[in-house]
Write a protein that binds this ligand. Structure first.
Ligand code: ZN
Ligand code: ZN
Length: 200
């Protein structure tokens, strides 16, 4: 059975699917025609789904972002790109539908991920085969791995962020021999790429 609500204007019983917020269509049109709220514009990364508002936020934070952006707590989501915002008019509070327009823009992390950017290479050498899966799994939880290459003498894992690599090596109590290779220059600064070699 469809859920039934009572229209806040005329008291008629209507099914929720026919309601506009808390009003029947007739009352809604009569009272609020021409007072529709503007669409809300937000920037979203098409690759990871994060939303940009001051910084890149996880998609689950959408409601919080909307509350902050619209400067009200009286907002709820009714779909991926739809919300209801409560406004007070003529002494009654009603919920007005509002559309969210997402402008697609790739975030910094995704840009890096898909352009082959990486900060370090982890070389596994010696008797590494039993350990490789675990290391790769842990790295993937922390960062992105643009490339994994089988070498004659081992495995080369390209690691997106050095920070993540250091974390995983520490967690697994692995010691690496580091070497630095000049990779290029950026704004007059030399960019080095670090190679970490772990021998088992
Ligand atoms: Zn009504
Ligand atoms: Zn992204």
């Amino acid at each position: 059975m469809a859920r039934v609500i009572m229209c806040a204007g005329c008291g008629a019983k209507i099914s929720r699917s026919e309601a506009a917020g808390t009003f029947c269509m007739k009352c809604y049109t009569y009272r609020f025609k021409g007072r529709e709220l503007k669409d809300v514009k937000l920037v979203k990364c098409p690759r990871c789904g994060r939303i940009s508002y001051r910084q890149w936020m996880e998609p689950e934070k959408l409601l919080d972002v909307l509350k902050e952006k619209l400067k009200t707590d009286k907002v709820r989501l009714i779909g991926d790109d739809r919300l209801l915002q409560a406004i007070s008019t003529e002494g009654i509070e009603i919920e007005m539908p509002r559309l969210i327009l997402f402008e697609e823009q790739s975030c910094r992390d995704c840009n890096r991920r898909y352009t082959g950017y990486f900060e370090a290479i982890l070389q596994l050498r010696g008797d590494y085969e039993k350990r490789a899966d675990k290391i790769i799994k842990m790295l993937r939880e922390q960062t992105f791995l643009p490339k994994i290459e089988d070498m004659k003498d081992g495995l080369d894992i390209f690691v997106g962020e050095k920070r993540a690599l250091n974390y995983v090596l520490t967690e697994l109590h692995l010691k690496a021999l580091k070497s630095y290779k000049l990779h290029g220059q950026k704004q007059g600064k030399r960019i080095y790429r670090t190679t970490y070699c772990v021998r088992f």
